[in-house]
Design a protein around this ligand. Structure first.
Ligand SMILES: [Zn+2]
Length: 349
């Protein structure tokens, strides 16, 4: 094999086999669109593990055209946005039961079982209940899950119960809000000599679902959403809130990347692993900030990334990439903040 790792250039690569593929709503939808199976879709993208820096990535990732079709046509609203909107509807036992029944029947296709399993697990994981595995569910097991679910839902307030970073909760998290506020309160005023209208305290880019814009806890700082730096995403932010009152109360500006001069902090949530070339992407971002925060989805070592992601990052591989950019930086990682995402902070000196 002549291919090499996009981060460390090592040729020490291993092809990731089918046991370590991940299926999700994107692989389900894109495979349907391309008229192939999910396995074929992922195999064709050539998932590989670099044994030198521990990055897994797609060597032949889905094309720009497929990416555009995904976000513009096939999945025009982020599935998590839809979940958040349907929070009340999906936390009814009828919704969960219909998915569990599919998982107790053997005459349903693997792909549809996968879809039912994901939908059920999104609900269960959001309130801290155990995930459902690959085995067919017995009638008894279905009853046990439903009983436990009802007990939780009846006895606790849903909004307080939802776990940050899960599909029904979004990313809102006190720690990050405090980090944004604190960093802005201690930043030197020199960055902002003439309160230029194209300099911001905090700018968010990329995936619009998971942001901190519009939170009531970020007041008195200038907030911005850049709608075009990450090419593979929807261009509006939090638009699932689509109510005129909320639009009127929007507390952030929307700017294209070129219009932004500087931002004290840039937040890149659920976004950097979608990049076509992460090295170039990070170089673009740090040209306009000294503090980059965000999340990436971290799967176990050696597992193929979900198909909509180019990379499956971890501390080691991201640190390796940064070390090749000749920067003075610190990288901090916090895995405990969100369910399946890793929170990162990159500070430049
Ligand atoms: Zn590598």
């Amino acid at each position: 094999m002549n291919s090499s790792c996009p981060f460390c250039k090592s040729k020490n690569l291993k092809i990731i086999n089918e046991d370590n593929y991940q299926y999700n709503s994107y692989s389900f939808i894109l495979a349907k669109h391309k008229n192939c199976t999910e396995i074929e879709l992922i195999r064709d993208a050539q998932p590989m593990l670099c044994e030198s820096c521990s990055l897994s990535f797609f060597y032949n990732w889905i094309s720009l055209a497929d990416n555009l079709i995904l976000y513009n046509k096939l999945v025009p609203t982020h599935p998590s946005c839809l979940n958040i909107v349907n929070k009340k509807k999906h936390f009814k036992s009828d919704y969960l039961l219909s998915r569990l029944i599919n998982l107790s029947k053997s005459n349903i296709s693997d792909e549809n079982q996968g879809k039912s399993r994901r939908e059920a697990n999104s609900v269960l994981n959001s309130i801290g209940m155990e995930s459902i595995g690959n085995d067919l569910l017995s009638e008894q097991k279905v009853k046990r899950i439903i009983d436990r679910f009802k007990e939780k839902i009846l006895n606790y307030d849903l909004d307080n119960m939802l776990i940050a970073g899960t599909k029904y909760a979004g990313f809102n998290h006190k720690y990050v809000e405090e980090l944004i506020r604190d960093y802005n309160s201690i930043s030197s005023i020199e960055d902002f000599v003439d309160s230029n209208k194209n300099k911001f305290s905090y700018t968010e880019i990329g995936c619009p679902t998971w942001g901190f814009l519009n939170t009531p806890n970020l007041q008195n700082i200038s907030l911005c959403f850049s709608d075009d730096i990450a090419e593979n995403f929807w261009s509006s932010h939090h638009e699932f809130l689509n109510k005129s009152t909320q639009k009127l109360n929007r507390n952030y500006s929307v700017k294209s990347w070129n219009e932004i001069e500087y931002s004290r902090i840039i937040g890149a949530f659920a976004c950097i692993d979608h990049s076509n070339n992460l090295s170039i992407f990070i170089k673009n971002l740090i040209a306009k900030t000294k503090f980059l925060i965000g999340t990436f989805e971290e799967s176990p070592l050696g597992v193929a990334p979900p198909i909509q992601h180019h990379y499956n990052l971890n501390y080691q591989s991201l640190n390796y990439l940064l070390s090749t950019l000749s920067l003075n930086y610190t990288l901090l990682i916090n895995k405990s903040l969100y369910e399946k995402y890793t929170f990162f902070e990159i500070k430049l000196f």
